[in-house]
Design a protein around this ligand. Structure first.
Ligand SMILES: Cc1cc2nc3c(=O)[nH]c(=O)nc-3n(C[C@H](O)[C@H](O)[C@H](O)COP(=O)(O)OP(=O)(O)OC[C@H]3O[C@@H](n4cnc5c(N)ncnc54)[C@H](O)[C@@H]3O)c2cc1C
Ligand code: SF4
Length: 338
């Protein structure tokens, strides 16, 4: 049993102050990931700072016509908010593809961004893991790596980022608002999560004393041509083997704008600008989608058990872009893939 202090933050400034005062402290929001990590002995915070009473539970319009989502908005409330369902159905769909209704009721927007990898070795404290214990080695590279990454890996870590919501946020060009001792800053979603490199212990570029206060969505929601397809071992309550978020703007059969992000394949939601630019101006047909998939996977590398993921990702990209182009997004209720 690891003893820890517990305190409650009275406002955002107090949360930052408390965090800055204790290098071993952690914020706790829904607790659906952090409490598991504590129980498994993976996280050993000296203090838990409860942020659940901070006024970060609202969803507001921004001046430019976008939306600001408070960091404490529960995943369920976000998915079913009328503005999200109507204007950002890609985000609605991705959230509903994740976890279970009970978990989504507890899980918060900010916590979802910071959930940690589901690599088995990361949770098993008897095995080497560079992410849990820097310098100890990576058990997955020559071990059981069926769930692991095929893009952006390093010799130090091949873990994947597990969130579904974040894949849609990456595709939608969201921004993360964070407040720390140096004030507030806005971080482009693409710069928020990190690749493992030689410091896999760091999942994101958030500073230790910073608290996420909100996510901002730009006005453009791609509400007509979009799809979120999640391929997993079970039809619900399972993390992605491969997930694809696709959003298209189509004019006279040609692609005016394309957004493509992948989950389950890298240490961060994987967005490929080169493949997106290749789609610009191309006809919205299968041949264009196959070329884009080949482009996304040009540097893919697998590690044995996850060899199948490269072809799975290729097919999932083509299928998701086809669903988006046809205006027939993947249903998260009837999970048959059409
Ligand atoms: C069985 C199971 C299945 C799941 N399946 C899926 C799935 O299929 N897809 C999916 O996407 N997710 C899935 N999840 C993960 C779930 O979505 C996350 O656990 C949840 O989103 C985390 O949110 P939370 O508020 O509970 O975070 P917490 O557990 O409270 O915190 C997580 C981390 O974020 C930090 N934190 C929280 N809020 C803030 C903030 N505002 N600022 C700074 N730091 C903060 C905490 O310190 C902690 O490090 C699953 C979880 C479980 C347990
Ligand atoms: S893949 Fe990353 S998280 Fe998994 S064992 Fe290797 S270093 Fe640890």
């Amino acid at each position: 049993m690891n003893n820890f202090e517990f305190s409650r933050a009275s406002d955002v400034a107090d949360a930052v102050r408390q965090m800055a005062a204790d290098p071993g402290a952690k914020f706790v929001a829904g607790g659906t990931n952090l409490i598991d990590l504590i129980k498994e002995g993976v996280a050993r915070p000296s203090r838990l700072i409860d942020i659940t009473r901070l006024p970060l539970g609202r969803l507001d319009e921004t001046g430019d016509g976008g939306l600001r989502i408070g960091a404490l908005v529960p995943n369920s409330d976000l998915a079913y908010h009328p503005q999200i369902e109507k204007r950002y159905p890609l985000l609605h769909s991705a959230i509903l593809a994740g976890a279970s209704p009970q978990l989504r009721n507890m899980a918060t927007t900010g916590g979802n961004l910071l959930q940690r990898t589901r690599c088995f070795y990361f949770y098993d404290t008897t095995t080497p893991c560079n992410k849990r214990e820097p310098g100890s080695g990576c058990s997955a590279i020559d071990g059981l790596n069926r769930m692991h990454a095929i893009l952006g890996t390093s010799e130090h870590c091949i873990a994947t980022h597990p969130s579904d919501m974040c894949v849609a946020l990456a595709a939608l060009d969201a921004r993360v608002l964070a407040t720390g001792r140096d004030g507030e800053r806005s971080i482009a979603f693409a710069d928020f999560h990190r690749l493992p490199g030689d410091t896999p212990q760091f999942d994101t570029n958030l500073k230790k004393d910073e608290i996420i206060t909100a996510i901002e969505l730009p006005p453009k929601g791609f509400a007509t041509n979009y799809s979120y397809l999640k391929i997993r071992d079970r039809l619900s309550y399972a993390f992605a083997l491969v997930a694809v978020a696709a959003a298209l703007e189509i004019e006279n059969g040609a692609i005016k704008e394309a957004r493509l992000a992948l989950g389950g394949v890298a240490h961060k939601p994987w967005r490929d600008r080169q493949a997106e630019s290749q789609l610009h101006g191309a006809p919205a047909i299968r041949e264009s989608f196959v070329r884009a998939a080949d482009n996304v996977l040009r540097d893919a590398r697998s590690f044995g058990h996850n060899d199948f993921k490269i072809e799975l990702a290729r097919r999932a990209i083509v299928r998701t872009l086809t669903q988006a182009a046809n205006g027939t997004p993947q249903s998260q209720g009837d999970k048959r893939i059409r």
